[in-house]
Design a protein around this ligand. Structure first.
Ligand code: CP
Length: 308
């Protein structure tokens, strides 16, 4: 693997391999000194054109735990503000000697474009509404941790699917690993067509909850909505919010997931987020180990400079 640009097309064996690698890095994270020399001499940088807390910080933590050098870059204080183009920016950064560029951008396809311009490895940390592959990997890992694996599970992905790169990556990852995925949303928050997606669709959350092992809530992405797609947030919550009443419809072992940041009181009630079956904090914790596995797979594993 040279880049990680998306989940669609990634075979189950590759996802399995990354899960097993994550097990060993999760063990490193539990040590008193959670650091290994695996990426000594390598340099990782991040290029985030959109805001982030979890992804940005967990990549930084992952790189440091692998002993990589980290080159910190902030778009908001860089020459991007003076109009420097994306291509000039990435070529400038690469000229300083980086081995991996982690990129988040509001436009779909930007990480793929950067991968064509540079010889460094590129990781997609979220591109528009397209993909967020490391989120899908940490979600698979968290489900595997709590429920033993994904094969045969029934998973509902609920909410603003239309604007969600997480929904796309998760749908591919979960089904590749043998789960059955149902998208649950009002018609206005679904993509114009789900043809080609390996999913079922429902508009009725109450009717779905009793049959699922995982309910995966999506954030209402109001910053991406250019038109009124729902009558009001209050009405959305009444039909699609995970309230205490709805949690009682879930099976005893079903878990609740959310990629964060959560809109408490909208897609998830505050008291539901605090329940033991809510594994949101485990998702964040696992994000570090999964991203260590991805960086190691791209830059370690005996790869030498001449291989790239
Ligand atoms: N889940 C996720 O991508 O969160 P951030 O936007 O905080 O990185």
């Amino acid at each position: 693997m040279r880049h990680l640009l998306g989940i669609a097309g990634l075979p189950a064996e590759d996802i399995d391999h990354l899960m097993v690698l994550t097990d060993s890095f999760a063990e490193v994270g539990r040590r008193r000194m959670p650091k290994v020399p695996a990426l000594q001499g390598r340099t990782v940088t991040w290029l985030f054109y959109e805001d982030s807390t979890r992804t940005r910080l967990s990549f930084e933590q992952a790189a440091k735990r692998l002993s990589a050098n980290t080159l910190s870059f902030s778009v908001s204080t860089s020459s991007v503000r003076k109009g420097e183009s994306l291509r000039d920016t990435v070529e400038t950064i690469e000229a300083m000697g980086v081995d991996c560029i982690v990129v988040r951008h509001r436009s779909a396809g930007v990480p793929h474009q950067i991968a064509r311009w540079v010889s460094a490895s590129v990781v997609n940390a979220g591109d528009g509404w397209h993909e967020h592959p490391t989120q899908a990997l940490l979600d698979c890992y968290t489900i595997r941790e709590h429920l033993g694996g994904l094969d045969g599970l029934r998973i509902a992905i609920v909410g603003d699917v239309k604007h969600s790169r997480v929904a796309r990556s998760d749908a591919w990852a979960f089904t590749t690993m043998g789960a059955e995925v149902t998208l649950v949303a009002p018609p206005t928050l679904l993509p114009p067509s789900t043809e080609g997606w390996p999913v079922r669709v429902s508009h009725d959350l109450d009717a779905t909850l009793g049959d699922v092992d995982v309910v995966y809530l999506l954030r209402m992405q109001q910053e991406r909505m250019t038109e009124a797609l729902i009558p009001s947030l209050r009405e959305y919550t009444a039909c699609y919010g995970l309230t205490r009443r709805r949690v009682d419809l879930l099976g005893e072992k079903a878990i609740v997931m959310h990629p964060g940041p959560m809109n408490r009181g909208v897609e998830i009630a505050a008291d539901v987020a605090a329940l033991p079956r809510s594994v949101v904090i485990d998702q964040v914790r696992n994000g570090v180990a999964v991203r260590m596995a991805v960086l190691f797979e791209l830059l370690g594993s005996g790869r030498e400079e001449g291989d790239r």
